[in-house]
Ligand binder design. Structure first.
Ligand code: FES
Length: 139
């Protein structure tokens, strides 16, 4: 093999050795673009919410999203951790309340306490509809 051909193949090999690094940088840039800087987290779609009656996620926090029974055009997002002893509450559409399965605490749709033993309201989060997605501002 001639020297020039050898150096060409070394150059081609070096270029191909950079492909994984370039691909990694590209993926990192794409991932950053998907995470909004506003602190809004997409927790699901309106279609899922309407099909299931709730949206539920564990990350970045245990969050439950429901339509506001008083104004179904708006949404309500709460931290589903019961303030009594930390069980996860469920949404009861008939009662229009979040119910804790452990000791029976009940919270209104706005997170306020309706039934003991809980004494503190559920944490609520700002929530919005963006296109087809439901976004919650957790931080
Ligand atoms: S943990 Fe929810 S009522 Fe006790």
């Amino acid at each position: 093999m001639r020297r020039r051909a050898f150096l060409s193949w070394v150059g081609v090999g070096w270029l191909f050795s950079r492909v994984p690094a370039v691909f990694t940088v590209f993926l990192a840039a794409c991932t950053r673009q998907q995470k909004p800087a506003s602190g809004l987290e997409t927790v699901g779609t309106i279609a899922d919410l309407d099909a299931k009656g709730i949206l539920q996620t564990e990350s970045p926090a245990p969050i439950l999203v429901v339509r506001n029974p008083a104004d179904p055009k708006t949404l309500i997002a709460v931290n589903s951790t019961c303030t009594h002893q930390g069980c996860l509450v469920n949404w009861n559409a008939e009662r229009k309340a979040f119910i804790c399965p452990c000791h029976g605490a009940a919270y209104g749709a706005d997170g306020s306490v309706q039934n003991p033993p809980a004494t503190k309201p559920l944490t609520t989060y700002p929530v919005q509809i963006e296109g087809q997605n439901v976004q919650v501002k957790v931080s």
